[in-house]
Design a protein around this ligand. Structure first.
Ligand SMILES: Cc1ncc(COP(=O)(O)O)c(C=O)c1O
Length: 397
């Protein structure tokens, strides 16, 4: 293989050529500031509002003003958590987040926990789902906000948002969802899901990095996270990124137009990977395998007796870009909080591998990955005293 086999589309995606073409005029020719009153500025303003209307239409928002453009999923999550919790001058209350949220939700929740709010982390089940009855039990009279992600970025399970939103609303709380991994990839309609706020990221859908949006249902109060010039109807200050808005809207429309054919194509590739890995390697499993409601392009494996980072580096040497749940930060190898949350034992959580596919993934890529993975795992296992023990335990039943 003379090119990179990229199997990390959940981390980021390349900008689609059609998206880039749509963005280009706004860097040098139509570069106005959307807040300037002369024609160059008015042109930028019209372009920005057109992009906002296109995004609103895609997600079934009642009006374009419900879309706030941001610098990405992280900013949207921080804005939603802190801005919704503290709306109306509130300085205390109860907030529920799922335990397997992205850190862009967990960390602002933790911050709120240190600044007057009480936080409950709701554990998902081994099926990779937050169960409605658990949310019901966790709700309190003073619960003001529930944040549960739509599709999990590591294991790909899709949460029952409608049921969760109904429970949150019955208790007088708002429901925010981090939809960075689902927007464009599966049907997404804010009314069908019943949500009050949602975070989106452009670079997960073949749009530019550093751009995203927050959907905020009309009438929902929010304290702005970014203060300054009062752009985005005073909800997010900062000169708007016009190429970003055009790129994001275009990327989303392409996702919408191609979804019907792309979803079954990706699901077939995912099934091919799963069959290949589980069929050719013993003592491997698919995380949250029992759940049908899952993203079509993500498969997360536990490969017992092997370190995820070792697999990643060996596969990198073969031109394969892939991700593991273990993150080696400041010298300590930390297993994924998502895998631990769904009950995966720590020793196995270290051996996780996430395959995430996308627009340019082919069957040839998938077969190359499986063909290269098998000898890598066999070699690493042959050197692992841990694997010998796991195998002996397994044989003993
Ligand atoms: C679920 C989820 N939320 C938030 C983010 C952060 O988005 P961004 O990279 O646009 O800040 C990501 C991306 O890593 C994600 O997967």
């Amino acid at each position: 293989m003379d090119h990179t086999v990229y199997l990390d589309y959940a981390a980021t995606t390349p900008v689609d050529q059609r998206v880039l073409d749509a963005m280009m005029p706004y860097f040098r020719d139509r570069y106005g500031n959307a807040n300037s009153l002369y024609e160059l500025g008015r042109d930028a303003y019209r372009t920005l509002e057109d992009a906002r209307a296109r995004v609103a239409k895609s997600i079934g928002a009642a009006q374009p003003n419900e879309i706030i453009f941001t610098s990405g999923g992280t900013e949207s999550d921080n804005t939603a958590l802190i801005g919704l919790a503290t709306a109306g001058g509130r300085s205390s209350g109860h907030i529920i987040v799922s335990a397997f949220e992205h850190h862009a939700v967990l960390e602002p929740a933790e911050w709120l926990g240190k600044h007057g709010f009480e936080i409950t982390e709701l554990a998902p089940h081994p099926d990779g789902l937050i169960h409605a009855e658990d949310l019901k039990a966790a709700m309190r009279e003073d619960t003001v906000l529930v944040s549960v992600m739509h599709g999990n970025n590591e294991i790909g399970t899709i949460q029952p948002l409608r049921a969760l939103a109904d429970i949150a609303h019955a208790g007088g709380a708002l429901l925010h969802t981090d939809a960075a991994q689902t927007l464009g990839k599966i049907d997404f309609d804010v009314d069908e899901l019943g949500i009050d706020a949602a975070s989106f990221s452009s670079h997960k859908i073949y749009g530019p990095k550093g751009f995203g949006a927050l959907y905020l249902r009309k009438g929902t109060r929010l304290v702005p996270y970014m203060m300054g010039g009062g752009q985005e109807s005073k909800r997010r200050s900062g000169t708007q990124n016009i190429p970003g808005a055009v790129g994001f809207a275009t990327a989303l429309e392409i996702m919408d137009a191609e979804r019907e054919t792309e979803v079954p194509r990706l699901a077939a590739l995912r099934d091919r990977v799963v069959e290949g890995v589980l069929g050719r390697l013993e003592l491997t499993s698919l995380n949250a395998a029992e759940t049908d409601t899952r993203l079509p392009h993500i498969a997360n494996f536990i490969i017992k007796g092997v370190e995820g980072e070792a697999m990643l580096l060996h596969l990198d040497a073969k031109g394969i870009a892939i991700s593991t749940g273990s993150a080696c930060s400041s010298g300590s190898l930390k297993p994924s909080h998502v895998l631990l949350a769904i009950g995966c034992p720590q020793e196995f959580a270290h051996g996780s591998l996430r395959v995430s596919m996308g627009r340019y993934t082919t069957e040839e890529d998938v077969d190359y990955f499986v063909d290269e993975l098998v000898p890598v795992v066999e070699r690493l296992r042959s050197m692992s005293p841990l694997y010998a023990k796991i195998r002996a335990a397994h044989a003993a039943g």
